[in-house]
Design a protein around this ligand. Sequence first.
Ligand SMILES: Cc1cc2nc3c(=O)[nH]c(=O)nc-3n(C[C@H](O)[C@H](O)[C@H](O)COP(=O)(O)O)c2cc1C
Length: 240
Amino acid sequence: MIDNLEARHSGETDVNLFEVIYSARAMRRFKLDPVPEALLTRILDAAIQAPSAGNSQNWSFVVVRASDTRRKLGEIYAKASEIAEAMYAARGKPAHLTEGQFNQMMTSGAHLWAHMGEAPVILIPCLRKPVVPPVEALSLEMQDRHEAEIAYVERIRGASIYPAIQNLILACRALGLGTTITTNHLRCEDEVRTLLRIPDDFDSFAMMPIGWPVNPFGLLSRRPLREVVHADSWENSWPA
Ligand SMILES: Cc1cc2nc3c(=O)[nH]c(=O)nc-3n(C[C@H](O)[C@H](O)[C@H](O)COP(=O)(O)O)c2cc1C
């Protein structure tokens, strides 16, 4: 079976980078077919080409294929998603989404809440906790900056793993694999930590189901540039 899949999916499709970017929508329904290990290696190798602060490369990835562990991850994700569901209900529909778009996202999200554990692969990107030098290691002039430095390091923390996660999303898309970034599990992160034996000096940042998608990739719908891009200064919209 795996050999056949490898033969069918032995390399990148012929989509170019912009097609990949414009069609890598969140995929939440997967066939039960396994994903060949060589393809997982390929997307993981794409992931670790990402930038990280100071080129620290403090990432680690747990690739979960064991069915019992996936099932347990699925249970944790479902529990955490109940909290997320309540938050979404209280927050309501974002203004820029149509009722149809919002309902589609919620229906697709709810499907994953119930079926995360059935995805053939669940990938957990992790990052080592940042280390800020102790205040006494700093020069006297810099010691006043210690608290601000801790806040800075905390503020940029995810920025050293999310580029790798985006590489994973794009590499999956290029190979015809579906995935999506999810973060709901962080509401019950300790259970994931215990299950996967993630050491205390690492945190998990996402739970990514990966598999052959049931539905086709499709064009993304996003707010227009003129709403989100400013020319030279905030009051000027980008002329497009
Ligand atoms: C930080 C972040 C957290 C997310 N968490 C979840 C999640 O927990 N569950 C989920 O189903 N999707 C999650 N998503 C996926 C978003 O819902 C999705 O990217 C968004 O709706 C756009 O979907 P589209 O690319 O198909 O248009 C998350 C996305 C981001 C960037």
